[in-house]
Design a protein around this ligand. Structure first.
Ligand code: IMP
Length: 487
């Protein structure tokens, strides 16, 4: 028998989906100055980073330049997948080669190749030195830009290289300090690393040693290379396995993760790769329980549905889990499972400023993912446009017609509603470099944590006290009654 007022009571009993605009954080007793705040956080089960910022896997947000810039500052970029497998792998390799202590993925040359080939390989990879190896990978020498620059292009590499007898090389046990000392002493830019038999294992470059000092907060893998993630479809096992060689994090990138086929496909994917697999997007407790039951090894949740600045899902379908509401629910589900703080939440969509970041973290997230704010930077792949003396960068949703026209994005937003556009296309103001944007967001977040009295993100979870604001109140806590010249 149907309950009386079954439908009407459903309306009355509906929970309130609070969003960024509804809430503020209350000031609390503090012993923490903003500059003392630690923003170190877990971004996946196995990776900690110094800055809780992640860039969205969108083709107007994260390519290799964004991922490199953000990782150097302490965050992490998730490479978009709106391209061929080869292009995505090439982006991942570029990030991994940007800096490292020992480069493992070394570009080498054979002694029988010509100087012209060496020049071509150097230009193609933008490098100035190539270890020379035989077919069994034994190190025979090194050829540098200086050796080939004025040489006859038809000469053989073996005739212009520095041979092994005069070469400075080392084994794998060398420390950073020893490598620096050795390279300074012999004034060399490259130090090949070999195993006991003399086979090439890797290469240390002076440039990398210098960069390491320049970016002390950078997010790095155990080999000292920049940390990077990549988005994949749960159904594209081939791509996940290919990327797994290079990336640390794979993000299963679907608009609605709580779907039987997606869950089952992800279960298989997780078992085929060694990277940490973040799943999403989710917005409910049930999605968390099912994900953990079915997928089992979930390294993080990407949380929020419908809040993205380019998102039309909420308009087209009236289905949404606004980011703050979603984060708090997912955090509670993880608390029930005893996993909150262990399996991180990445709050995704709708972040407009540092205040929103503070709210998302306070609601239980470990990191935030941003598309709009990063799309406006120099390092994003989107086009730059000047309009009436101001600069803008292109930004569009991955479910917009523009993105969907590229075949690769189709599966994210077209199953099951194949013919519906769920994203919009537009332009965002140019905001300078990633460094500029990150500095501003970081300073705002540290100030917020100072007001709350939280020395760390964990501390924020327990100390944050929210208050609901009336629309009038929200108007009042913004600049008002002033004619603004800028901003
Ligand atoms: P933003 O930072 O508010 O612009 O939100 C970015 C987030 O929006 C991304 O990380 C995705 O989760 C989401 N998103 C990207 N493209 C679309 C789309 O076309 N429709 C809906 N959501 C999208």
């Amino acid at each position: 028998m149907v309950k009386e007022n079954f439908f009407y009571s459903r309306l009355l009993d509906a929970p309130l989906a609070l969003t960024f605009y509804d809430l503020i954080l209350q000031p609390g007793y503090t012993e923490v100055e903003p500059r003392e705040v630690s923003l170190r956080t877990k971004v996946t089960i196995n990776f900690e980073i110094n800055l809780p910022f992640v860039s969205s896997p969108m083709d107007t947000v994260t390519g290799a330049d964004m991922a490199i810039a953000l990782a150097r500052l302490g965050g992490v970029g998730i490479l978009h997948r709106n391209c061929s497998l080869e292009e995505q792998v090439a982006m991942a390799r570029r990030v991994k080669r940007a800096e490292s202590f020992i480069i493992r993925d070394v570009v080498t040359i054979s002694p029988d190749m010509k100087v012209a080939d060496a020049i071509e390989i150097m230009s193609e990879h933008d490098i100035h030195g190539l270890p020379v190896v035989d077919s069994a990978n034994y190190l025979l020498g090194i050829v540098t830009w200086r050796d080939v620059r004025y040489s006859d292009p038809d000469n053989l590499v073996r005739d212009v290289m520095t041979g092994k007898d005069k070469l400075i090389y080392s084994d794998e046990s060398i420390t950073l300090e020893e490598a620096k000392r050795l390279m300074n002493k012999y004034r060399i830019e490259k130090l090949p690393i070999v195993d006991k038999e003399g086979k090439l294992l890797g290469l240390i470059t002076f440039k990398d040693l210098e960069l390491r000092g320049k970016f002390p907060n950078a997010s790095r893998d155990p080999d000292g290379r920049l940390l990077v993630g990549a988005a994949v479809s749960p159904y594209d096992l081939n791509r996940a396995v290919a990327l797994d060689r290079y990336v640390d994090i794979l993000v299963v990138d679907v608009a609605h993760f709580h779907n039987k086929n997606v869950l089952n496909a992800t279960r298989k994917l997780v078992r085929s790769v060694s990277a940490d697999v973040v799943v999403g997007n989710v917005g409910t407790k049930e999605a968390v329980f099912d994900a953990i039951n079915i997928v089992e090894e979930v390294a993080g949740f990407r949380v929020g549905i419908g809040s993205g600045s380019i998102c039309k899902t909420g308009v087209v379908t009236r289905v949404a889990a606004p980011t703050l509401f979603a984060v708090a629910n997912v955090a509670d589900a993880l608390i029930e499972l005893g996993e909150h703080g262990n399996i991180p939440i990445i709050a995704d969509g709708g972040i407009k400023n540092s205040g929103d970041i503070a709210l998302a973290l306070a609601a239980g997230a470990s990191a935030v993912m941003m598309g709009n704010l990063f799309a406006g930077t120099r390092e994003s792949p989107g086009r730059l446009m000047a309009l009436e003396g101001k600069y803008y960068k292109e930004y569009y949703g991955m479910g917009s017609n523009k993105a969907r026209m590229r075949r690769m994005s189709l599966d994210r937003y077209s199953i099951p509603s194949k013919d519906v556009e769920e994203g919009v296309e537009g332009w965002v103001p140019y905001r300078g470099t990633v460094k500029d944007v990150v500095s501003e967001l970081k300073a705002g977040l540290e100030a917020a944590m100072g007001y709350v009295g939280a020395a760390s993100i964990k501390d924020l979870w327990s100390k944050a006290k929210f208050a609901r604001v009336s629309p009038a109140g929200m108007g009042e806590i913004k600049p008002h009654n002033i004619f603004m010249i800028k901003g």
